[in-house]
Design a protein around this ligand. Structure first.
Ligand code: SF4
Ligand code: SF4
Length: 429
């Protein structure tokens, strides 16, 4: 029987049929890359290149000496045209390196190393040097996450992809299963042979079957099928669903001897350690009723939204909104300037008709639905009410900082209150 966590919501329509059977395709080469120097949680990087400088594919272009940081690289060769502040997917301005891409690219050959002799420290160093961060949306530097101070018993590989529309992790599990398993093995080695659990929702039965077959002789690796429920991919909910352990409020998963990594991160770890390949590309689901050619595309980090959309047939005339990330936790875009970053797995184009119902919001009717469904057992109604009034101290007293922005409260609210926006406002304050 499939496992799950408490609370949450299982009735959100998936819309995954738009792209779940679409194999991963390469995009045509972009003419420029806009690469944010910070694509992780932590200290910003300093630039390591100058305007006018020629750069090679795979070259490091930004780094930091700070403990919590991750370097950035370019996936394509070209010339640095500009270094300056550009709009990113969150709507915030970040320092970016703009590279005019060479129209002819020399293929970089990454050859496999024998990694059996590597020490844990050497593995962690390779992961750090490749700029690996959590690719499920969090962007936390992986080399920090896999070196906790306490003994870890379980490494949970997150294959839930519980947000509607997104299918990039599903396709990655089907098309790169061996690489992902190799990455999981490497991560488990660093964590002193922690047992590996792949947590996958049952709407990806083909991925569950494939991995079960590949892991049938592995004593320390297991596939755990999970009910389809949102937000099962959030760390605390996934840990409870797969291991039955509860992470206390304000604590990290290591407190219950667990580390969680996204399946795409595991594949990137294999690339980094076995091939010394930096993280310069990722799979992105382009989808939604207003996208002309929905699909799963391999995209270089720094590729603009405009290039992704225009090189795949563009948008339908009735497009109403573009979201980067998932529909529950992502960001609406004002333009097509923002670049794809390491942690961005989706671009969703919705029609005006789909949006019409969500334009206006009303006063709270005290139905309590947001409270009933909040996976963190918060009171989103009060947080939202105080944040709307600009009373951010009170919003924080009601737990605004414990919210991980899953979006359920806004989804279930009959008054269509933009609770996520209120909570983010209060967090920023
Ligand atoms: S308050 Fe935060 S954690 Fe709770 S449902 Fe709303 S967005 Fe999710
Ligand atoms: S779901 Fe909306 S209307 Fe109901 S209590 Fe929460 S904020 Fe108020």
């Amino acid at each position: 029987m499939a496992k799950t966590f408490e609370r949450g919501i299982s009735s959100i329509p998936g819309y995954k049929e738009l792209t779940e059977n679409m194999s991963i395709q390469d995009l045509p080469l972009p003419s420029e890359l806009i690469i944010p120097l910070r694509q992780h949680i932590g200290a910003p990087n300093r630039r390591l290149v100058s305007v006018g400088e020629r750069v090679k594919a795979g070259q490091i272009i930004g780094d930091s000496d700070a403990a919590i940081s991750a370097p950035v690289h370019t996936g394509l060769s070209g010339v640095v045209r500009e270094i300056g502040s550009r709009m990113t997917q969150t709507g915030q301005m970040e320092d970016c390196v703009v590279i005019e891409v060479d129209p002819e690219q020399e293929k970089v050959k990454y050859t496999a190393d024998d990694v059996s002799h590597l020490t844990k420290e050497e593995i962690v160093q390779r992961i750090k040097a490749a700029g690996i961060v959590g690719m499920g949306g969090a962007g936390f530097p992986t080399h920090i996450k896999i070196t906790p101070q306490t003994k870890i018993e379980y490494l949970v590989l997150n294959g839930c992809e519980c947000e509607p529309y997104l299918t990039c992790d599903h396709r990655l599990m089907l098309e790169y299963a061996d690489e992902m398993i190799a990455g999981a093995r490497i991560l488990s080695r660093v964590l002193d042979n922690a047992k590996v659990i792949f947590g996958i929702e049952v709407n990806k039965q083909d991925a569950i079957d494939l991995l079960k077959e590949k892991l049938k002789n592995e004593e320390r690796m297991e596939v755990v099928p999970l009910d389809v429920k949102y937000p099962q991919g959030a760390e605390k909910q996934l840990i409870y669903a797969t291991t039955g352990r509860s992470v206390p409020p304000g604590k990290l998963p290591a407190e219950v001897a667990v580390v969680v990594q996204n399946v795409a991160t595991a594949k990137a770890v294999a690339d980094a350690v076995i091939y010394r390949k930096p993280l310069t590309e990722r799979i992105v689901t382009l989808t939604g009723d207003a996208a002309v050619q929905p699909g799963n595309y391999r995209v270089f980090v720094g590729t603009t939204l405009a290039h992704l959309i225009n090189s795949t047939g563009g948008l339908k005339p009735d497009v109403g909104k573009i979201i980067m990330g998932g529909p529950m936790t992502g960001w609406a875009q004002k333009s097509l300037e923002a670049p794809i970053v390491k942690a961005c797995g989706g671009v969703i184009a919705l029609t005006r008709e789909q949006l019409a119902a969500a334009q206006e919001y009303y006063a709270c009717v005290r139905c309590g639905k947001c409270v009933d469904h909040c996976p963190m057992a918060l009171y989103p109604n009060y947080i939202g009410m105080y944040a709307e009034l600009g009373k951010y101290k009170q919003a924080q007293e009601w737990g605004a900082l414990d919210c991980f922005e899953c979006g359920i409260c806004a989804y279930v609210c009959p008054s269509r209150r933009p609770l996520i926006e209120f909570i983010r406002r209060s967090k920023r304050a």
